[in-house]
Design a protein around this ligand. Structure first.
Ligand code: GLN
Length: 491
């Protein structure tokens, strides 16, 4: 029998419908694979009992012909999503053993459609990071290795556990969140597909907040089709999130195979950054060629405020984080370290509970929001954000349907290799992705090639607001041309 964990999500759906296997069999295969892959540290909590119960329920519905969009499909959930009664940590010590008495809207929609939960996935603490090295549970290991080397590589971040688990066959798909690149960058580092939807497309309710005006949930999967299938269940209006948009959810899968003839694809000249590696240049040109061969028209465009996106992001995101994280005070949730008075209790709890990167963000955020500096930093960053958004609006007004860029400036790097002496070295990972969050647009990362050491590289497509469908159509073209990427198993 074929290895059930190496099927695509779409193949799993077909097999379940044809009764080639049951959801319980799929679930057992994944639980076994998870057990054998602990070296990757992708899951911070496995929920086998819950998984088996959900799988049996799904099998019963399948038998009755009542299958939902994801009926019986085992998934992993980033540990930033509240799932009722299951420990939620955001991979921080401060939440301790917190078990939310509520379910996030996105996960409730996955269960509504029949999906099975395998467990909670590792991520950077409060989703702050680009390598999954800031997690209180330790780093996640990328299933990919450089050819001829056994050095452990990062899977990217902050959704590193999601990316690693999907790439290694430890679930058919996973949820992620993307504030500055946390879905697209790890997808690119692990050779899988990741979509950051338009701001407002997926509900943020029940997801631990990092920077509320930038955060957006989205899917990871091994193929563009699987990502589209997941997206259909994750998207939708939610009155509990005031920024959620009331638009019908299309059948995203239907966008695959749709003609891209005549589409105008923008190539932004500002993304040709100094020192860009020849490999990334080549990948980008190759991607443009593939789209051209499919009938799209490539046009050079200008997004003049691109170079200010990263510095502006590192003002806006920490500012919002400092406000969002004020709630972790030893009173409402999780851990508490006592003190002689309440202020000391707050201080002791927060000093013990937050890791260094989170503390850095809180300090930066508090500083840029403080009375004397608000205008100089926060207000100015907001103005820059408007300019970045206008750059995109102008290009779309000129008839551009989507924009093609590299997803990351490099392939996956080694654990411990980056950002130790200078955090900016780590922040630069998001140079191609943060602009998209600043403008609230959808972006997809699709694997497109390999570097000289055999590591996967991804391309990014940026779309018009709420036009995820075009990203799926174009992503499909890239996937058809580039083929799929699978790491050699060593764990
Ligand atoms: N790497 C970026 C940061 O550390 C983005 C993280 C994210 O998208 N959650 O802020």
């Amino acid at each position: 029998m074929t290895d059930l964990t190496s099927l695509t999500l779409a193949e799993a759906k077909t097999g379940l419908a044809n009764k080639s296997f049951t959801s319980l069999e799929l679930t057992e295969a994944h639980l076994a694979a998870m057990e054998q892959a602990r070296a990757l540290n992708a899951y911070v909590l496995e929920t086998p009992d819950q998984a088996r119960t959900m799988a049996k329920d799904a099998d019963a519905r399948l038998a009755k012909g009542e299958a939902g969009n994801l009926e019986g499909v085992p998934l992993g959930i980033k540990d930033l999503f509240a799932t009722k009664g299951v420990r939620l940590t955001a991979c921080s010590k401060i939440l301790d053993d917190f078990k939310p008495p509520y379910e996030s809207t996105v996960t409730s929609q996955l269960w509504r459609d029949g999906a099975v939960m395998l467990g909670k996935l590792n991520n950077d603490e409060f989703a702050m990071g680009s390598s999954n090295e800031t997690s209180a549970f330790g780093p996640v290991v990328n299933p990919w290795r450089r050819e001829g080397s056994d050095a452990r590589l990062v899977p990217g971040g902050s959704s590193g556990g999601s990316a690693s688990a999907v790439a290694a066959g430890l679930c058919f798909g996973a949820t992620g969140t993307d504030t500055g690149g946390s879905i697209r960058q790890p997808a690119a580092f692990t050779g899988i597909v990741g979509l950051k939807p338009t701001y407002g497309r997926c509900s943020r309710w029940g997801i631990v907040a990092f920077a509320s005006s930038l955060d957006q949930a989205g899917p990871f999967a091994r193929t563009v089709r699987d990502t589209a299938i997941l997206m259909r269940s994750m998207a939708g209006h939610d009155p509990k999130d005031t920024t959620s948009v009331d638009l019908p959810v299309p059948d995203y899968e239907g966008a695959l195979g749709r003609s891209v003839k005549g589409m105008k694809i923008g190539i932004p000249k500002e993304y040709r950054i100094g020192g860009m590696s020849a490999e990334i240049e080549k990948l980008w040109a190759q991607g443009a060629e593939w789209l051209k061969a499919a009938g799209a028209e490539l046009v050079e465009i200008s997004l003049p405020h691109t170079k200010y996106a990263l510095p502006a992001y590192y003002v806006v995101a920490p500012a919002e984080a400092s406000s969002n994280l004020a709630r972790y005070d030893g009173v409402r949730y999780g851990a508490r370290v006592d003190g002689r008075n309440i202020v000391e209790m707050y201080e002791n709890t927060r000093a013990a509970g937050f890791g260094p990167e989170v503390r850095r963000r809180i300090m930066i955020g508090t500083y840029v929001l403080s009375a004397g500096y608000y205008d100089a930093y926060y207000l100015r960053a907001q103005k820059v954000r408007t300019l970045i958004k206008q750059d995109f609006e102008e290009v779309f007004a000129q008839g551009v349907n989507a924009i093609l860029t590299p997803a990351t400036p490099s392939a996956a790097f080694g654990i411990g290799e980056k950002g130790k002496a200078d955090p900016i070295e780590m922040y630069l990972n998001d140079i191609f992705t943060v602009t998209v969050n600043m403008a609230g647009l959808p972006g997809i990362a699709v694997p497109a090639g390999k570097d000289a050491q055999g590591l996967p590289l991804g391309l990014q497509l940026i779309g018009r607001p709420f036009d995820e469908e075009t990203l799926f159509s174009l992503g499909d073209v890239i996937e058809q041309s580039a083929g799929r990427f699978k790491p050699k198993r060593w764990w």
